[in-house]
Design a protein around this ligand. Sequence first.
Ligand code: IPE
Ligand code: IPE
Ligand code: MG
Ligand code: MG
Ligand code: MG
Length: 323
Amino acid sequence: VSSFSEISVKLRSQFEERLVQAIPAAPESLYAPVRQVVAAGGKRVRPLLTALCYQLTKRDQGWINAGIAIELLHTFTLVHDDIMDNAATRRGQPTVHAQFGTNEAILSGDVMIALAQSALAKGEHQHAAPMLLEFSTGFIRVCEGQAYDKDFEHQHDVSVSDYINMIDLKTAKVLETAAVLGALASGDVANVGALRQFAHHVGIAFQIQDDLLDLTAEHADFGKTIGGDILEGKRTYLLLKLIEKSNALGSDEHELIERVLARKAKDADIDPVRHVMERVGVLAETRSAVEEHTSHALRSLESINAETSMLQHFAEWLLQRRH
Ligand code: IPE
Ligand code: IPE
Ligand code: MG
Ligand code: MG
Ligand code: MG
């Protein structure tokens, strides 16, 4: 029996070459940014999920086109997200808009969606129509989530439940799509519901952890700007939990939070925000929330009649991630 790490390395190696082949050569101004951001790596979380869901019932490589489609959809969201979030670094390199220009980043992002749809169509799947609908739904939901994410930057009454709804749309739905495409590509219609549940909870955990890492990751492995969410005034899980604990804060700390909420925080505010979050227990509570949503995900696997140990390892692997 192979371990999760052996299987994930193998699936990734089957995938990488095919992913690069899906990107045309010319015009250079359109495709060079696509090639660069794709070649810069990334954890390939979503195509791995597609592969593992496919391989619950089938052994061949019939998941790869769906995997390419989901990774290109995801990479499109990153390129446009970095414009929207004023981000300078992604996957350890300058962001596409910082390096090539905003117009180039918009258009290169756009074409990635079309390349993703082409990959999906080339799969010639038995359930092609439901797969296209699933893909489109994931794409629509991430746009809706990104809209809420930006709207919330200017709202002072965002609740934790608003936040969960927002990250369900911007992050969890794309993981759902990744899982469901894998199941449908293999013809395993019976397990679509349970796999969707699993991916939903993994996705919620994933975004809360992304918020946590934004403030607490080690600079060397992170590949993005640490504290970027503070500088942009993002209503993250951490910030909303800190607001809930306002009673425990001093007046300097209140002013600090007010600056973050007003999107006026500076680099020098990042360490103090991390310290107050540590002191009042926000960081520990956030870690627990990630673990709780992961446990929920694992429970969703119980109704599946197939060997789900690789999906369990997948969820546990995400808990260990450092970037
Ligand atoms: C970042 O996704 C965007 C989120 C939805 C949190 P990943 O953390 O999967 O980014 P890459 O693909 O590994 O770079
Ligand atoms: C991710 O939210 C949502 C996307 C759809 C890309 P973030 O804005 O937190 O993602 P990162 O941290 O920039 O990767
Ligand atoms: Mg964002
Ligand atoms: Mg961002
Ligand atoms: Mg983030």
